[in-house]
Every structure is written in structure tokens, then in C-alpha cells.
Design a protein around this ligand. Structure first.
Ligand SMILES: Nc1ncnc2c1ncn2[C@@H]1O[C@H](COP(=O)(O)OP(=O)(O)OP(=O)(O)O)[C@@H](O)[C@H]1O
Length: 818
């Protein structure tokens, strides 16, 4: 299975190292500690009012003036004015505007009004206007916004890893001295204590925190990130004067959650109508994935113009773009795994021209400000109504008629299941992970001491995906209050030395001497463990790292860092009694199961929406709690045009062949983890499957075709392993979930062995009919089925007999819109 951009933000966590070399910021002389400040000093707070409009004409005048002067925008749109007013009057706000609705202005404008207002009111010194912080998960978007603000003469900066050490030190000094108006950072930055404490000492304090993609705060949101909850803690720790949360997709429940976290009353929630009168919403059902191609080609020929086609996984973007190019369309692939320069180039071309088709994962779109996108196509099933509405929302921002086509076929569900069931590790995995975190040497540590872990190693050892592991750590921090992330560091550095490295003058500092002494030379590379070198030489680790970076920047060495370790400070004595660890395990695991269940419901909600016997536009509006549509039917969706519900029959579920089950069991000696075995059979990657190279074994994905369902396989393997039905099996019915699985009879820490089984792969008979594969292409106009394994595109029905039975996955639909 190729990579997906399952993470809608293409999150990057590799930007912490730069901060580690920075000493804790001492409080510069003459600087006022934010916590020492008296709220009375801050005039913006004194204007607090529950009114939605400006109550102070001077503030209104300033805001209007700067809107025109600095942004070149003549007037506010939607609820911008009310939101800006509320913030300038010192209150928190939650802004739910559609994509492209102008959310950014809601924080960018106040950030530049604050100093003007201070001057007008004659309060605060010239460098005491404070800073506004924007927390955004979109690192690429941050850079674009910063560039755009700098062009407008607004002092903005992004705290990211692309900076040289000099730039980084300069930025730190600018921040401390109050020279920056808007500072962008990723939520992960808040895991760095150095950063958090430096912000506490910013001159003039933090005037505002803007939280972009704020739906990530809510566990009811479609991309809940526990790390996002740290933003709330951060806001309170640094005593931010006000907070504004912004999102394009918030159901009433999600909006309510966000409001609760930041204590925002109903007057502080600004929503705009979801309804887009210029979008035609069309649903097209085909029997097979392959049949989607000619339909789509025909549509694209008839409807030229800037187009975005959404697919689920990265490989598909390239394959489908190639297919389109073969048909003479100007198609480009886009996904988060592409090199940055290529992504920039593709985006630029799309922005500049009007005949480009982008085939993209969800990574494309946020921050793309192109008003004339004429078509948005869903070639795969989106993960939620939120994703669907956000993606179609990118079409026709210019208000002109635009088309959104959703192609649906029964095969689409295989890929969705891969995502739904890919994240939850087995309960045993989580249990072994917790026992590692709470091992005796950690338990022996006192509160305030630090533990250092390699999440990479843990992911492999306990078979937990890295993102899931981060969630577990965030829960131990936020829910159980046991640890607190303080930063991360690279364990190993390797470098290639140039001649200058060997010259005497390169070793003039104690750190340089330590490196020369402790870096071991292998064939071409030198390797150094910065921590070990620090302990042996007595030189501070940060100095060693700094010296390495310095040499790297000066071209003296070519540096590579690896083996990131994460540091956590112990906040409460770690539990040592098995029963206490079990309690934590129960809490964590239940939440993870619930999340999996929610993901399944989200897919069902998408299906309910598009197959329902009612207006699609109205359904979307209802989903988001928008009751402003004062008519029953939009007249421009599939339902309104035909008044026939979309007919869609899922594939009958297949019975699992015991022979194939036996082949999978023969390929590995794992018997204590049915979920692991079901993943192998269904074709879901996991760190341990990768480590054992099982994904290239012929049993991998041998039951991973349409018609098979992961939960059925899990049940089969649970029986085959002779364990009780695990709680994971009950994920489809969480209320009846049992809380714990017996560990008796299990082989804890069983070494997994991927044997090179001679078992013939059941899917080996699955051959393309007629033509050979078209170099990874997914479509052949001659009607052949080139199955590109792992792309999710495969023709159906060429293998094995199927016994029809009701699918355990699709119906009955849960329809929230009725
Ligand atoms: N009041 C306004 N009048 C005219 N144009 C505006 C106004 N407010 C914002 N814009 C413009 O609308 C475009 C989209 O704004 P912005 O990027 O802030 O939207 P967004 O809501 O953050 O979108 P997304 O959800 O895609 O991030 C920008 O070009 C911005 O300059």
C-alpha cells in the first residue's frame, strides 16, 4: 500500500531540533513579565462588550482604515466585521467560515490594529505592543502567509526549521523585543519548553492566539489531534489576552466543543451559511472503478477549466495523472510526499493557468486561493462529510457556476476500510507499550526528572503507527497528567567530512574538540552520539549540536541527523502497580476503539448523504447545523434534478476461505495478535509488518479484495488464534464492548517470524484481462484491467467464487439528515 495523505495537513515534526540549541531565554533586563502585567494596562480589554458590532467608533475607524490601507480590501465580508470587533474588544471568538471565506483576515487585521490602538490611546511604549501567535498545522501555508504579510509591510515570521542558526537567533531576539506582530508556528512547537517559556517573556505579552483548523481540538471533529489540546494549555500558560479559533468545518457538536475549551459564549460564535448556490452537485455510480474512467474523461472534455480530482492515496495521484495525460489532458499529480520544489511548481502552474487538472490527495487545497476552479471531482470516497464539503467548497469561489462530481462504485469501500481499521493497534500492543513507558527505571524516577524515548523504535517494537503513538503520548500527558513533552533531539549524527574538517583551525572550541575526539569514522561517514560525547567530554550537548550545525552551514561537513528521541518530564510519579497500568490501558484503549467506530460512522454519513432521498445541498447544510436555507430544494444537485435516490448496491460480502487463513497462519508464528494477522490478510501496513518485510510476502493482502471486510477477518483470526473475541471485534458495537482481553495463553513478546511460505497466493490468479500493466497506470482504454497492487484500483470479480451475503459494513445507513 502506498502512502496516503491520511494526515490532511502533511504534518511535519522534524522542526524541533533547531530550538534545542537555544538556551532558555533569560528575561531581558527591563522587560515586563507578562504575568506581572495588570490587565488594566491593556486598553483593548477595557472595551470588552457583548455587542457584535464595534461599540467604539475610534476602534471601528481604525479597523476600517487599516483594512483598506494594509490589505487593500474595501469592506468586510460575511461575519468578519463582527468577529474582528469582538476580538478588538478583548473577547475570545470562534469563526466558522467556509474555505476561502476570509478567516485569515479575522486575526491578521486585529494583530495590526493593536499597536495603532495603543498609540491612539496613548498606552504602552513603542516596543510594548505584544505579539499575536498563529497556530497552524500547515507548514507550507504558514510560509505563504508570512510572505504575503511581509509584502504588505506587516512584521510576520514563521517559527520553522528552514532557518539558519543566525536567522533563528535573529527571530528569537525580534520576538523577545516585540518587533514581530504575527508569529506562525505548528502545534508541535508547543511541545518545546524553550519556545513556551520564551513566549512568556515577550515584550508586551501575547495579544492574541489564533488557532487555525480549530476543529482538530474536538474529539468529535474529523481530524482530532490531542496535541491540539495543548494549544488551550499554552494559551492559559502564556496568559494570552484573547483567542480566536478558526475552521471551515464544524458540526454544531464540534463548534460547541471548541467554544467550551475557550469559554466562548454563543455571541462569540460566528458562522456563515454553508449553502453555495453556484455549485452543481452530481453523483455518478458505476459498477467498477474502471468504469469511472471513461465517464470522467467525457466529463472533463465537456467541462474544461481548472479542475481538482481528489483520490485517496499518493500513488493514485501519479497513476491517474498519467492516465489523463495519455488522454491529452494537462494533468499534474500532487501529494505531500512530493519534493517541496515540485509541489510549489505544480501549485504555481495551477494558479497561473486555466487548463490544469490536479490529481491530488487531501493535501492539496488548503491555502490554494484560486477563485475560478470549475470542477472538483471525487474519484474516491471521501472520509467524511466534512472533507467532502471542504473539498467541493474550493470550486467556484468566484461565484460562477462550477461542477462537483462524485464517482462512486462498490470497490471504493476496500480503501476506506484500510483507513478506518489501519490505526487501531491491538490491545496487547498498547499494553506492552505502556509497560515500556512505565518500566522500572522510569518508575524509579522522581517527579521533575526526564525520560527519553525513541518513538520510532517503540512504533516498530509494539506495532503501533507513529501517529497513533503520538496520540498515546499526548493522552498520557493531557488526560492522565503523568508526563509532559519538553522537546526532542536527534540521538545520532553522521557526517561526511571535507578537507577543512581535518584542518587544525576547525577545532578551536571545546565542542569541536569533543566532536573530533568522539566521532568515529566508518567507511565514508563519521558517526557521533551527541549525548554520549557530551557525557564523556563534559561539553554541553547543545554546544556539540550547535558546532555540528555550524560546520554543516559552512560546508565543512555534510551533516545527517537520525534517531529522533522525545523527552518527557515526569509530572506525577509513574504507576508501578499492574492494576493501575491496566486502568490507564482501559481508558486509552476504549478511546481508540471509539475513534475507530467514529471513523466508520463518518463513512456511513457520507453514504447517507449521497444516497439519501433528499436535496444534497440541504443535507450538507443540515449536517453543519445550518438552518439558514429557507427553501426545501436547491435545484442543482443529483436529487433535485431527478428526484430519484442514487441506486447503489454494495458488493456481497465474501466468505473467507479457511485455506487462505491457513496459508497466512503458516507464514508467521504470531498467534497472540489476531488484529496483526487480519491486517496482513487485508493488506493494512503496520510498523511490524514493514519491519518483518511481510508486506512483500505473498500472503499480504491475500484477502484484501472488495467483498472482504476487515472486521470479518478479525473475527476469523480471533477464532483461529483460539483467543476470545477481542474487544476490537466488537468495534462495530461499542456499547457491548468488553473492556479487556485475557492475556492468558498469549506469548508475550513473541518474536514474529515471516517465513517464506510456499503457500501459493490466492490472488495470484488475479490477472489483468488481456493487456499487461501500463507502467503503473491504472487505466487502459482498451478495457484491460491493469491491477496496480496497492493503488486501490482493481477490477472486480476475476478471482474465486463469491457467496453472496449481506455486507457487514455498508447498510443500514445511519442517516443523520433525516
Ligand atoms: N472582506 C473581503 N473582501 C474581499 N476579499 C477578501 C475579504 N476577506 C478576505 N478576502 C480574500 O479572500 C481570499 C481568501 O481568504 P482566506 O485565505 O483568509 O480564506 P480562508 O477562509 O482562510 O480559506 P481556507 O479555509 O482555504 O484557508 C484571500 O484572497 C483574501 O484576501
Amino acid at each position: 500500500m502506498s502512502h496516503s495523505d491520511g494526515d490532511e495537513f502533511g504534518f511535519s515534526s522534524g522542526d524541533e531540533e533547531a530550538l534545542l540549541a537555544i538556551p532558555d531565554n533569560p528575561q531581558p533586563s527591563g522587560m515586563k513579565r507578562k504575568s506581572d502585567s495588570n490587565d488594566q494596562d491593556f486598553p483593548s480589554k477595557r472595551h470588552a462588550s457583548s455587542s457584535q458590532e464595534f461599540t467604539n467608533p475610534a476602534i471601528e475607524h481604525l479597523a476600517q482604515k487599516l483594512l483598506i490601507e494594509r490589505f487593500g480590501i474595501p469592506k468586510f465580508r460575511l461575519e468578519q466585521k463582527a468577529a474582528v470587533s469582538r476580538l478588538l474588544h478583548g473577547k475570545n471568538a470562534v469563526v466558522v467560515f467556509p474555505t476561502g471565506g476570509g478567516k485569515s483576515l479575522c486575526y491578521q487585521l486585529p494583530a495590526i490594529v493593536f499597536p495603532e490602538l495603543d498609540r491612539l490611546e496613548g498606552v504602552r511604549g513603542p516596543d510594548d505592543h505584544g505579539i499575536s501567535i498563529v497556530v497552524s498545522p500547515l507548514i507550507a501555508l504558514m510560509k505563504d502567509q508570512v510572505d504575503a504579510l511581509l509584502k504588505k509591510g506587516i512584521a510576520a515570521a514563521a517559527m520553522d526549521s528552514s532557518k539558519s542558526r543566525e536567522e533563528f537567533l535573529q527571530l528569537n531576539s525580534d520576538i523577545r523585543e516585540g518587533r514581530i506582530r504575527l508569529l506562525y508556528c505548528a502545534p508541535e512547537r508547543l511541545n518545546n519548553e524553550g519556545f513556551v517559556s520564551s513566549i512568556k517573556f515577550v515584550r508586551g505579552g501575547v495579544r492574541m492566539i489564533a488557532i487555525d483548523e480549530a476543529h482538530c481540538i474536538s474529539e468529535w471533529g474529523h481530524s482530532f489531534r490531542p496535541d491540539y489540546l495543548k494549544v488551550a494549555r499554552f494559551a492559559s500558560e502564556i496568559k494570552a489576552e484573547r483567542v480566536v479559533c478558526l475552521t471551515a468545518t464544524a458540526t454544531p457538536k464540534v463548534a460547541d466543543d471548541i467554544c467550551k475549551v475557550f469559554d466562548v459564549d454563543s455571541h462569540g460564535l460566528f458562522r456563515t451559511p454553508m449553502y453555495r448556490p453556484n455549485l452543481e452537485l452530481d453523483i455518478q455510480v458505476t459498477q467498477t472503478k474502471l468504469q469511472k474512467f471513461p465517464h470522467m474523461f467525457k466529463f472533463l472534455r465537456a467541462n474544461p477549466g481548472p479542475t481538482v480530482i481528489y483520490v485517496t492515496i499518493q500513488k493514485q495521484t501519479e497513476a491517474l495523472a498519467e492516465d489523463l495525460r495519455a488522454k491529452k489532458f494537462k494533468a499534474r499529480a500532487f501529494h505531500s510526499g512530493l519534493p517541496t520544489e515540485l509541489k510549489t511548481q505544480v501549485q504555481q502552474e495551477f494558479m497561473e493557468k486555466d487548463d490544469i487538472i490536479i490529481v491530488a490527495t487531501i493535501a492539496f487545497g488548503m491555502g490554494i486561493d484560486k477563485s475560478n476552479i470549475r470542477n472538483v471531482i471525487h474519484f474516491d470516497l471521501p472520509s467524511s462529510v466534512e472533507s467532502y464539503s471542504q473539498q467541493i467548497g474550493r470550486a467556484g469561489r468566484d461565484g460562477l457556476k462550477s461542477k462537483c462530481v462524485f464517482y462512486l462504485c462498490p470497490e471504493d469501500f476496500y480503501l476506506r476500510e484500510i483507513f478506518i481499521y489501519g490505526d487501531l493497534p491491538s490491545r496487547d500492543s498498547v499494553s506492552r507499550f505502556l509497560n515500556d513507558v512505565f518500566k522500572s527505571e522510569h518508575v524509579a524516577l522522581d517527579v521533575g526528572e526526564t525520560i527519553e524515548v525513541s518513538q520510532y523504535a517503540q512504533a516498530r517494537e509494539f506495532d503501533i503507527r507513529p501517529n497513533t503513538l503520538s496520540i498515546l503520548y499526548a493522552q498520557l500527558e493531557l488526560k492522565f497528567g503523568l508526563i509532559r513533552a519538553t522537546g526532542s533531539k536527534y540521538a545520532q549524527y553522521s557526517f561526511e567530512a571535507t578537507h577543512s574538517y581535518y584542518q587544525a583551525q576547525s577545532a578551536q572550541t571545546p565542542a569541536a574538540n569533543a566532536i573530533k575526539r568522539y566521532a568515529a569514522k566508518a567507511k565514508t561517514l563519521h558517526h557521533i552520539d551527541a549525548g554520549a560525547a557530551s557525557s564523556s567530554s563534559g561539553v554541553v550537548r547543545a554546544d556539540i549540536v550547535r558546532q555540528l550545525n555550524d560546520w554543516d552551514e559552512r560546508g565543512i561537513i555534510k551533516l545527517k541527523a537520525s534517531g529522533v528521541t522525545h523527552l518527557f518530564r515526569i509530572e506525577q510519579k509513574l504507576p508501578s502497580k499492574p492494576e493501575n497500568v491496566e486502568l490507564i490501558l482501559n481508558g486509552l484503549y476504549k478511546e481508540m476503539e471509539d475513534k475507530e467506530h467514529q471513523e466508520m460512522i463518518r463513512s456511513e454519513q457520507v453514504m447517507s448523504l449521497i444516497t439519501g432521498a433528499s436535496c444534497l445541498s440541504r443535507g450538507i447544510a443540515a449536517y453543519f447545523g445550518d438552518t439558514s436555507m429557507d427553501f426545501v430544494e436547491c435545484g442543482h444537485c443529483s436529487w433535485c434534478k431527478t428526484h430519484k435516490a442514487i441506486e447503489f448496491k454494495p458488493l456481497p460480502a465474501r466468505h473467507t476461505s479457511q485455506g487462505v487463513i491457513a496459508e497466512i497462519l503458516a507464514a508467521t508464528d504470531v498467534r497472540d495478535d489476531p488484529r496483526f494477522l487480519a491486517r496482513v490478510a487485508f493488506g493494512i501496513q503496520s510498523p511490524r509488518i514493514t519491519a518483518l518485510k511481510l508486506s512483500s510476502h505473498n500472503v499480504f493482502r491475500s484477502l484484501g479484495e472488495e467483498g472482504y471486510h476487515f472486521l470479518d477477518l478479525l473475527r476469523e483470526f480471533t477464532i483461529a488464534c483460539g483467543t476470545k473475541a477481542s474487544s476490537a471485534v466488537a468495534a462495530s458495537a461499542p456499547s457491548s464492548r468488553t473492556s479487556s482481553t485475557s492475556k492468558k495463553g498469549m506469548k508475550p513478546g513473541t518474536k514474529l517470524v515471516a517465513r517464506s511460505s510456499s503457500a501459493s497466493k490466492s490472488s495470484s490468479s488475479y490477472k489483468s484481462r488481456g493487456s499487461s500493466s501500463t507502467r503503473g497506470s491504472t487505466y487502459s482504454s482498451r478495457g484491460s484491467t491493469s491491477k496496480s497492487r496497492g493503488t486501490g484500483y482493481s477490477s472486480r470479480g476475476s478471482r474465486g467464487s463469491r457467496r453472496p451475503r449481506e455486507s457487514s459494513y455498508i447498510p443500514p445507513f445511519y442517516n443523520p439528515f433525516k
